[in-house]
Design a binder for this molecule. Sequence first.
Ligand code: SF4
Length: 243
Amino acid sequence: MSTSASARDRIEFIMRDLSRRYLPAGDLREGGTALAKIVAEREDPFLVLISTILSQRTRDEKTEIASRRLFAKYDTPRSIADADAADLERLIKPVGFYRQKAVQIQKVSRALLDRHGGSVPRTYEELIELPQVGPKTANCVLVYGYGEPRIPTDTHVHRVSNRLGLVRTKSPEKTEQRLMRTIPKDYWLHINELFIRFGKDICRPIGPRCPECSFTKFCRHYPRTKWAKSARRRPERPQVHRT
Ligand code: SF4
């Protein structure tokens, strides 16, 4: 599907505004998500892969804490594959489902050793074949680990894209497919970071902070917010005081 001139203008406007807020130097390593912070310290696709698995159904803050605890002791496929499972569980306990995730990170570490000599592959097709790796995880590794343009799509990216009228979809999977067809590739690398930050800071799932947003004119959700309702309310007639 081609992108119309008006849609392209809107995308440019959105990306410019969010980049100014969250990535003013245009560098992912200045980002505020757990993945961006981890990459800023150590550019290692393996750490991105493991953090992304830890992040599933978990708040970003907890992911960051658990990742730091884990990587302080185990930071290679070999060390995680050989680690005592109870020790892994203890280290990643801040994240939800930590017992299952301890098993998962050992499985993926062993698969990397068995199939890729301990390296993280850099194609989507190879990544998606690894255990515990779905589309979002594969795309996160490509974006944050290798700087490849992809669009990892979680619930924040899904919600923000729909509210801003970039897509009209029911699931993050569909959103990812639609975004890849409509958004110029130049923007792909930063979309995840920008939309997650915006979705957490301002365009929150419940109680979005619309007065701080530049997109009220075309946002699909704005007319349903309390801000729009109060703006529509007629100003009260001034009272006339008779003397
Ligand atoms: S106007 Fe409100 S709901 Fe719409 S994108 Fe901005 S913050 Fe989100």
